[in-house]
Write a protein that binds this ligand. Structure first.
Ligand SMILES: [Fe+2]
Length: 156
């Protein structure tokens, strides 16, 4: 798997960068925290699973193992999205419906990519690029907005 330093950073916010300047995989850093302990803890595990996928792809592990990690990510995403939706209910988040719909779309996209990886229409690099961008875009946009609301809400 080729490294592409800086190539996966999410602009313009620059909130996440998967590869640091030395070309090393970036691990969880406090700068990624949104400010909600529960959501941040789950995002940390989520990113860790995506890094596991990257590391396994670099080690050229058997495809079956790669597929198992991808499935683990899908299962974790399902759990994590339910957690966030429960938090939204607790805080009467006004954008709960949109955010929940996004989660459903994200899960459908991930399951579709899993199928493509399984059938060989995409390779491990493509799958990793998808996973990272899939995770980073949602967390740095919609989840950031949710945490901002929780922080400003009077009944937090
Ligand atoms: Fe979310």
């Amino acid at each position: 798997m080729q490294k592409n330093p800086g190539g996966l950073s999410i602009e313009p916010s620059g909130f996440f960068e998967v590869i640091d300047e030395a070309g090393q995989m970036l691990k969880w850093d406090r700068k990624y925290e949104l400010g909600n302990d529960r959501i941040d803890a789950e995002h940390r595990i989520f990113l860790g699973l995506i890094v596991d996928f990257h590391d396994a792809a670099e080690r050229d592990v058997p495809k079956d193992k790669l597929l198992r990690i991808f499935k683990e990510i899908c299962k974790y995403a399902e759990f994590h999205f339910l957690s966030e939706e429960n938090i939204m209910i607790d805080h009467r988040y006004p954008e709960q419906e949109n955010h929940t719909n996004s989660h459903a779309k994200l899960l459908a996209e991930a399951n579709n990519k899993l199928y493509q990886l399984q059938s060989g229409s995409i390779n491990a690099d493509d799958a990793f690029n998808f996973l990272f961008n899939w995770f980073a875009f949602h967390t740095s946009s919609e989840d950031k907005k949710l945490v901002g609301y929780i922080e400003s809400s009077p009944d937090q």
